[in-house]
Design a protein around this ligand. Structure first.
Ligand code: ADP
Ligand code: MG
Length: 603
C-alpha cells in the first residue's frame, strides 16, 4: 500500500515536473520568439524618435528661418548682393485690375505635365467668362533630351489645342484674322531681360536639358510654334508660375501681394515697392521672383534622409529648401526613412521589399492618403503599403509608425513654408506683427484704428499647387505655424487663399494686360454671356499623344476641392456673379471656407 502511494506520488511528481518543464520551454520559446520582435520594434521606435527630433520645427527655429528669409531677400535685391535667393526682377510692373478682356491663351510648363488653356476674359463685369484646358504629360526622355525636341513636342500640342477652339470662344474678328496671344508660365529659374524674354538659368524637377541653359525660353518656344503649321500664336508675356498665381489672384482681389507655389516644387514671388536703383519700374512696383527653393539656413532641420536624397539628386547642394517642402520630395523622404526602418528594425518583418528600395516609388499623394487615414486599424496605410511596396501583412504598431513618419514629413514641409511666408511678410512691412513684439500682444484688432503707426492693410497670399490644394491637413499645419509666428493682429492681417489653377489663368490675364492686339481679341460682345452649357469649364486630360486625349466636363473630374462640386455649381457664380464682387472677398472671415471669384478662402 505504501508502495502504491509512493508510486502515485512519484507519478504525480514526474507529471508535475513534465508540465513544469514544458511550461518552461514554452515560456522560453515564446521569449526567444518575442525577444527579436520587441527588440526590433524598440529599434524602429528609436529610429522614429531620432527622425522626429532631427526634423523638428520648434517655434524658435521657425522664427530664425523667417528672419533669415527676410535678410536674404534684402541681400538678394541689392546689386551684387550675396544671397541664396535669386530675387529676380520679372518686369511685371503692371498688375491686372480686372479690366482685362478678350480671348487669351496660356501655356504652363514646370513639372511633369504641361498645360495649355484658353481663357475668355470679360472685363470687370464678366471676369473669367469661360475657360478650357488640356493637360499633357511630358515623356521622360524629353525631359533629358534637347531643347528643340522638348519645345517641338510642346508647340505641336499647343497648336493642336488652339486649332480646336470652339464657337464659345469667338472673338470680334474670328479666328482667321486674329493672332492668338499667350502667356508662357515657365517654372524654372530664368533671368528675364524683359516681360517677354528670359534666359534659362538652370533646370530642376527632373529636367536636365543642357543646350537649354542660357537660351531665351520665349525664342525657343516661338520658333517651335513657327515651325508648326496652324493658327498664328504669339508669346506676349513670360512669367513664372508664382507670378501667374499672383497676377491671377490680383485679378480677383487687389490685396494679393504674394504668389506662392506648393506643388511638385515650391517658390514664391511678391510685389516689391522698395526697388533697388538698378531695377526700373514706371509704376514704382514690380513683382520679384524669389526662387526661394534655393533658400538655405543652418536652422533648417536636416535629417539623414534629406542628406541622402540631396546627394543622389540631379542638383546636389542646390534647392535645399525645396527638397524639404516640394511634393516631388516628400514621398521620397518617407520612403528613405521606412527603408532604413526595414533594414535596421525589420519594420515589415523582412526581407526588404524591392519596391521599397526603388527611389521615388512612393509618391506624395500616397503619403497624403496614409496621413489622412483616420480608421482605427489604419486600413488605408495597410492598403498603400500593400499596393506600393507589396508588403502583404503589417501589424498595427508598424502602421502607426508609418503614419507618424508621414505626419512628421508633411508637418515639417507646411511649417517651413509658413516660416517663408512670414519672412516675406516681414520684408514687406509686417515687421511689427511678430508674435514676440510686445506692442502687438495687446488687444489689437484688425479693424481697430490703433495703434496708428502700424500699417494694417491686409496682405493676401495666393497659393497654387497640388500639395496645398489636395492635402487638407497641410493647410491646417501651415496656418497654425503662421499664427504661432505672428501676433493675433498680424495673423488676421495675413490671409492665405487657394488660387486654383491660378498660375495658368494668371498668365493669360497678364497676356491680356500686355496685349499688342487688344482690339482684335475683344470678345463678340463684352456683356454677352455664353450659353448655360458653355458656362461650365470643360477640361481635357491627355497622355503624351493626341489619341489618348479625352474631354472631361467638370462633373467627371475628381472633386478638386471641398467647395468645387457639381452640386454646388460654383463655376457659374465665380464667373458670372456681377453683384458685390469685392465685398465678398472682405466677408471672408477666419476659419470660414468659401470659394469666391477664383480664390478659395480657407483661413
Ligand atoms: P506642378 O507643381 O507640377 O505644376 P501641381 O501644382 O498640380 O503640378 O502639383 C502636383 C504635385 O502636387 C504632385 O507632384 C504632388 O507632389 C502634389 N500632389 C498632387 N496630389 C496630391 C495629393 N492628393 N496630396 C498631396 N500632394 C499632392
Ligand atoms: Mg504648376
Amino acid at each position: 500500500m505504501p508502495e502504491l502511494e509512493n508510486r502515485i506520488w512519484m507519478n504525480m511528481l514526474i507529471a508535475g515536473a513534465a508540465v513544469a518543464a514544458i511550461t518552461t520551454v514554452v515560456i522560453a520559446w515564446n521569449s526567444t520568439q518575442k525577444a527579436p520582435l520587441v527588440k526590433t520594434r524598440n529599434r524602429a521606435l528609436e529610429l522614429l524618435y531620432e527622425f522626429q527630433h532631427a526634423a523638428a520645427t520648434p517655434l524658435h527655429a521657425l522664427r530664425q528661418i523667417a528672419e533669415h528669409m527676410a535678410i536674404e531677400m534684402r541681400a538678394g535685391l541689392r546689386r551684387g548682393g550675396k544671397s541664396n535667393l535669386l530675387m529676380l526682377p520679372t518686369y511685371v510692373e503692371n498688375l491686372p485690375d480686372g479690366d482685362e478682356e478678350g480671348l487669351f491663351y496660356a501655356l504652363d510648363l514646370g513639372g511633369t505635365n504641361f498645360r495649355v488653356l484658353r481663357c475668355l476674359l470679360g472685363g470687370k463685369d464678366g471676369r473669367v467668362l469661360k475657360q478650357e484646358f488640356e493637360e499633357v504629360s511630358i515623356p521622360k526622355a524629353l525631359m533629358l533630351g534637347t531643347s528643340a525636341e522638348l519645345f517641338d513636342f510642346i508647340a505641336e500640342r499647343l497648336v493642336d489645342f488652339v486649332s480646336r477652339e470652339g464657337e464659345g470662344f469667338k472673338t470680334r474678328n474670328g479666328m482667321q484674322q486674329t493672332v492668338r496671344e499667350m502667356g508662357l508660365t515657365f517654372s524654372f529659374p530664368v533671368k528675364q531681360q524683359s516681360v517677354k524674354s528670359g534666359a534659362i538659368i538652370q533646370w530642376s524637377k527632373g529636367f536636365d536639358i543642357a543646350d537649354g541653359v542660357g537660351a531665351d525660353v520665349v525664342a525657343l518656344l516661338q520658333s517651335a510654334i513657327n515651325r508648326q503649321r496652324g493658327p498664328k500664336i504669339e508669346v506676349a508675356v513670360l512669367v513664372n508660375d508664382t507670378v501667374g498665381t499672383l497676377a491671377g489672384g490680383r485679378y480677383w482681389n487687389e490685396d494679393v501681394m504674394v504668389g506662392m507655389i506648393l506643388g511638385t516644387g515650391t517658390n514664391a514671388c511678391y510685389v516689391e515697392h522698395d526697388l533697388p536703383s538698378h531695377v526700373q519700374s514706371g509704376s514704382g512696383e514690380m513683382i520679384i521672383n524669389m526662387e526661394w527653393g534655393g533658400f538655405w539656413s543652418s536652422h533648417l532641420p536636416r535629417t539623414f534622409a534629406d542628406e541622402q536624397l540631396d546627394k543622389e539628386s540631379l542638383n546636389p547642394g542646390q534647392a535645399g529648401y525645396e527638397k524639404m517642402i516640394g511634393g516631388m520630395y516628400l514621398g521620397e523622404i518617407v520612403r528613405r526613412v521606412l527603408l532604413r526602418m526595414e533594414k535596421e528594425a525589420s519594420l515589415f518583418g523582412g526581407p526588404v521589399p524591392s519596391k521599397l528600395k526603388e527611389p521615388f516609388s512612393l509618391i506624395t499623394p500616397e503619403i497624403a492618403k496614409m496621413h489622412a487615414d483616420e480608421s482605427k486599424n489604419l486600413r488605408v496605410v495597410a492598403k498603400v503599403l500593400r499596393d506600393v511596396f507589396g508588403v502583404q501583412k503589417t501589424d498595427l504598431a508598424a502602421r502607426r509608425i508609418v503614419h507618424d513618419v508621414c505626419d512628421i514629413v508633411i508637418m515639417r514641409s507646411a511649417r517651413l513654408a509658413a516660416a517663408g511666408i512670414v519672412g516675406i511678410f516681414k520684408k514687406i512691412g509686417g515687421e511689427a506683427f511678430d508674435s514676440t513684439d510686445s506692442r502687438t500682444l495687446t488687444n489689437l484688432h484688425w479693424d481697430s484704428q490703433e495703434p496708428q503707426q502700424l500699417d494694417t492693410k491686409r496682405i493676401v497670399v495666393a497659393v497654387d499647387g497640388g500639395l496645398y490644394e489636395h492635402c487638407t491637413q497641410y493647410r491646417v499645419y501651415m496656418r497654425a505655424a503662421v499664427n504661432e509666428l505672428l501676433s493675433e493682429a498680424g495673423a488676421k492681417r495675413l490671409q492665405i487663399v487657394l488660387s486654383k489653377d491660378g498660375s495658368g489663368i494668371g498668365a493669360s490675364i497678364l497676356a491680356a494686360r500686355h496685349s499688342q492686339h487688344r482690339g482684335a481679341n475683344k470678345i463678340t460682345c463684352p456683356m454677352e454671356r455664353p450659353s448655360e452649357a458653355a458656362e461650365r469649364p470643360s477640361v481635357h486630360l491627355c497622355g503624351g499623344n493626341s489619341s489618348s486625349c479625352s474631354q472631361h466636363t467638370q462633373s467627371e473630374l475628381p472633386p478638386r476641392s471641398t467647395q468645387f462640386t457639381q452640386s454646388e455649381p460654383t463655376p457659374r457664380s465665380t464667373q458670372f456673379t456681377q453683384s458685390e464682387p469685392q465685398s465678398n472677398w472682405l466677408q471672408a472671415t477666419q476659419h470660414s471656407v468659401s470659394y469666391v471669384y477664383g480664390l478659395e478662402y480657407i483661413d
